[in-house]
Design a protein around this ligand. Sequence first.
Ligand code: ATP
Length: 273
Amino acid sequence: MNAIVSDPELLRQAALNSAEPAVEIKNVAMDYGGTVLALADVSLNLKEGEFLSIVGPSGCGKSTLLKLISGLAEAASGEVLVRGKPVRGTPPGIGFMFQRDVLLPWANVRENIAVGLECAGYPVNDREKRIDELLALIGLEQFGAYYPRALSGGMRQRVALCRLLAYSPDIYLMDEPFGALDAQTKLLMGQELLSIWSRFRKGVVFVTHDIEEAVSMSDRVVVMTGRPGRIKSEYQIDLPRPRDSRNVRKLPAFHRYVDAIWNDIMTESVRAA
Ligand SMILES: Nc1ncnc2c1ncn2[C@@H]1O[C@H](COP(=O)(O)OP(=O)(O)OP(=O)(O)O)[C@@H](O)[C@H]1O
């Protein structure tokens, strides 16, 4: 008799090895209309359910890669496919989170989250209940009626994360989502994201300057060269899951990954200087 597999991590591992990647970037070059290339011959896949981080020197094209996947920019050559389809405009099921929250300033927290539910076509009658669940998930139950201006930076990013979760994307694109937060809030947000992600386990492309953050969260870390951005190296992060992004930092293997990635980036930064 076949056992029914219900362990989310086992299901995710099976998806990781599934034939079709969630995102395929094939030999992509990109400029912004001038003579300076932002990306040159980049090929990269995101597997279904994979947590992939991209690190590299400033200006190497990390955000540009996210823009190409989300259809906000177009490659000069090469191809970008989402779930097997060439990207023309924003593909369905793509969710974006930026370093600066993009909350609606005239809407309160509940209304901001409702935007995500509306975009997802969530049934109108169930929305208030879902907003309650999402607020509880990120510990902001008491702040539903607050406007963004009355919240701290960390709280605003929590709401932005909540709205992203409300939209329930198939693929999460996160561009330094915690980059503007203080070190302690950043660590807490990383832990929360990891804990939430361990429940939904969708593909994530996570851009960061923080190598420890990248290693602590990811299945794989890709290092880019200085401009024009190419893939310099990649590291399969073989650390146990479920993972606590703070405790994992105590493992010797964690520090070996961080050192190796640091070396790669330093070489690039020196080359670019
Ligand atoms: N809208 C734009 N117009 C012209 N050039 C741009 C534009 N956006 C980005 N660039 C250039 O493209 C290159 C890659 O930029 P991108 O923002 O993707 O890099 P990044 O690796 O995300 O940088 P950082 O780590 O500093 O955020 C940079 O040289 C940047 O100046």
